[in-house]
Design a binder for this molecule. Structure first.
Ligand SMILES: Nc1ncnc2c1ncn2[C@@H]1O[C@H](COP(=O)(O)OP(=O)(O)O)[C@@H](O)[C@H]1O
Ligand SMILES: O=P(O)(O)OC[C@H]1O[C@](O)(COP(=O)(O)O)[C@@H](O)[C@@H]1O
Length: 324
């Protein structure tokens, strides 16, 4: 392993926070220390790079916080980094602090940012996929997805109890800005009657077919992704059109899905990808995202990392089977 070139890594979290980010930060610090590399953390995503807002990282301090949700480095969506002016300031910060590599934990927007930044900055960048939405190619799972699904499940189970007690139709909106992964996983595993996602056009037809005859002693549970083109309000009014007698409520789970301690799976993913990202830098890799494909570590060039707008065929078949 060649560790001569990299002496000082900068790391930051960016975009929406996700459970598991702290595990990854801990693993990065631990691996870097073991190979004699200094690590600095930039606070608030690209904003910290622009403002030179950085803190020294010591693994024993991060060890205490590895199990916590959120990100101890804080995160942000930075308008200033979208402008060349902002990116030039970020470059000055890196030069002034002699940072010779960057690791970013975030979603596809963060990686697009790195690609744009690479036009004026030629130090190596490594990405770690961190978003609850799980909508990034090049990895089976993103950091935080499993925890968010677990939170959604826990809450949907509770809603189902009250829905059954009152024979109510409940529409539960889960997160996923443009993606249905949280909805599919949480809907299937809570026995939802209908699951609505942006990637499917048929799901709404199945829902109306089912709900028009709904007149039972059970709950009728609809899990809808916030990214779905129809949305909870319209779904509600369409249900009332086809079945005016239903007693219906809408619950939005919202940001509760982003918080909480990470699941075992997300903690392990954070540790694996944190270690992999430092190792990738030591091996001379640049501008790649570290992910896990078929449970094997995998590096994908940023240029090939895209926002996933399709769920895989197997999940679509499940949706078809359980949605009808
Ligand atoms: N094309 C781009 N050029 C420069 N910076 C970008 C670009 N796209 C996104 N970014 C930066 O990445 C940040 C995070 O992206 P965002 O889409 O909000 O979250 P995520 O990384 O979770 O997808 C943005 O706030 C912006 O600062
Ligand atoms: O916290 P905000 O800025 O309101 O963003 C909400 C969005 O962030 C997410 O929670 C995760 O998005 P990211 O891709 O930025 O991680 C989406 O599911 C949701 O639409």
């Amino acid at each position: 392993m060649n560790t001569n070139k990299i002496k000082h890594i900068g790391v930051f979290t960016s975009g929406g926070d996700s459970p598991g980010m702290n595990s990854a930060l801990y693993a990065i610090a631990k691996t870097a220390e073991a190979t004699g590399i200094k690590v600095s953390g930039f606070r608030k995503g690209y904003e910290g790079l622009i403002d030179g807002d950085l803190v020294q990282f010591k693994s024993h301090e991060l060890q205490k916080l590895t199990q916590k949700g959120g990100t101890i480095l804080k995160t942000a969506r930075s308008k200033r980094f979208l402008e060349l002016e902002g990116r030039k300031k970020a470059l000055q910060t890196l030069n002034a602090n002699k940072i010779d590599a960057l690791i970013a934990i975030g979603g596809d927007g963060t990686f697009k940012g790195l690609l744009t930044f690479s036009e004026i900055c030629d130090i190596p960048f490594i990405g770690i996929p961190g978003t609850i939405d799980n909508d990034i190619s090049g990895t089976d799972y993103t950091l935080g997805f499993d925890s968010a699904v677990n939170t959604a499940i826990e809450n949907i189970d509770k809603i189902k109890d009250t829905a059954e007690s009152h024979n109510r139709v409940f529409i539960v909106e889960v997160m996923g800005r443009d993606s249905g992964y949280i909805a599919i996983h949480s809907g299937l595993t809570t026995g939802a009657d209908a699951i609505l996602i942006p990637e499917s056009g048929k799901d709404f037809i199945y829902l109306l077919d089912k709900v028009k005859n709904y007149d039972s002693e059970d709950a009728f549970l609809v899990v809808v992704s916030e990214g779905d083109e129809i949305g909870a309000e319209l779904v509600s009014s369409k249900i009332k059109e086809v079945n005016p007698n239903v007693d219906l409520r809408i619950t939005r789970l919202g940001h509760i899905q982003r918080g909480g301690n990470p699941s075992a799976l997300d903690r392990m993913l954070g540790i694996r990808l944190g270690v992999a990202s430092v190792n990738a830098l030591s091996q001379g890799k640049k501008n790649v995202m570290a992910g896990v494909l078929n449970n094997q570590l995998h590096l994908t060039p940023f240029k090939e990392v895209v926002k996933q707008h399709q769920v895989d065929d197997e999940l679509m078949e499940l949706l078809e089977l359980f949605g009808k």
